[in-house]
Design a binder for this molecule. Structure first.
Ligand SMILES: [Zn+2]
Ligand SMILES: [Zn+2]
Length: 326
């Protein structure tokens, strides 16, 4: 069965060709429209299913190479641009737009302080209900991103994210990909709900950006109707911890890439070329400063190899060229 026949509602068409992303919750003052912090987490699945959340056992793990940290005042403004551009390369041909951010109080979701981490959490189910009313007509999907931690129901410790394929809405949190998530000492006796509207954004390292890009594309693939990959190492493999998420590759395996191509309709080489440009500092113009790309280095090397293979002219004597000469 062809993938888009299985999930025809997820095929991009003339009326529906934009991915909308809604920043939710606290962002640094003055940059609320353009900032999302740190890294990513992740999960969402088919129809209301949640993936995720073990207990506090996945703490630790710094996730490899330390990228150059950017001054936070600058990253406030550009992080979402970096994420947006990456998504545009990954889903080549689809528009990716960020909506104006909303405050937690506007969403009116249930909240709590997690008993293990002592951090605020938002009830993801309530956020999904809110998003349905906000989904633009031309949206393929609408996903909220937040720096606050999420939980799907009272009995769960946390969830990286949650999505509904039926409504095309999802929410996911970058909170647990921030290196400081478990370590910020906080006096919870003084915790006030107003904290939900204030947040100090951590500096964005290359590792953090890579994680954020990976989780965004993973979640958005779900919104295109793709389920967790069980075939190869793939960016849409399931994961229950940050370590596991870090081990996932940046891109899709060949089977899942073909599924996405069915839904989005791009040329492979053009898409790989766009991603290679993303990973190449010199290709960024002065309009948007280049992100810290150290953590993207191995992905870049892989892309270069793939493109050599895809763009190589047929070798003389190969089946194609011998047919041509006949
Ligand atoms: Zn997933
Ligand atoms: Zn796959």
């Amino acid at each position: 069965m062809r993938f888009t026949k299985e999930y025809p509602q997820h095929r991009v068409n003339r009326q529906r060709r934009t991915i909308y992303i809604l920043p939710l919750g606290p962002f640094p003052p003055g940059h609320a429209g353009q900032s999302t912090a740190a890294a990513a987490a992740g999960a969402s699945t088919s129809a209301g299913e949640t993936e995720a959340g073990s207990s506090s056992s996945d703490r630790g793990a710094t996730g490899g190479a330390e990228g150059g940290a950017c001054p936070s005042s600058r990253t406030d403004k550009v992080l979402l641009s970096w994420l947006q551009k990456f998504c545009q390369c990954f889903f080549l041909g689809v528009d990716v737009k960020f909506l104006d951010p909303v405050r937690v109080r506007e969403v009116q979701c249930k909240t709590r302080i997690n008993e293990h981490t002592k951090q605020w959490q938002l009830l993801s189910k309530d956020i999904l209900d809110y998003l349905v009313s906000k989904k633009p007509r031309d949206a393929i999907c609408l996903v909220a991103v937040t720096m606050l931690d999420l939980y799907p129901s009272d009995s769960w410790n946390f969830v990286f994210g949650q999505a509904s394929l039926v409504t095309g809405c999802g929410v996911f949190s970058f909170a647990r990909y921030d290196e400081n998530f478990y370590y910020i000492p906080r006096d919870r006796q003084k915790a006030k709900k107003s904290e939900l509207e204030e947040f100090n954004m951590p500096p964005v390292t290359s590792v953090l950006l890579l994680r954020a890009c990976k989780v965004m594309t993973h979640e958005l693939c779900h919104m295109f109707g793709m389920k967790h990959c069980i075939y190869f190492s793939c960016c849409i493999n399931g994961s229950n911890s940050r370590d596991e998420s870090d081990r996932r590759p940046v891109d899709l395996c060949p089977i899942c890439l073909r599924k996405l191509q069915e839904a989005v309709d791009f040329r492979l080489a053009v898409r790989f070329r766009a991603m290679l440009e993303y990973c190449t500092k010199e290709s960024w113009d002065s309009g948007v400063p280049a992100p810290p790309l150290e953590a993207f280095e191995s992905f870049k090397t892989w892309l270069e190899k793939v493109l050599v293979f895809l763009e190589e002219p047929p070798v003389a004597g190969s089946e194609e060229s011998s047919q041509a000469s006949n």
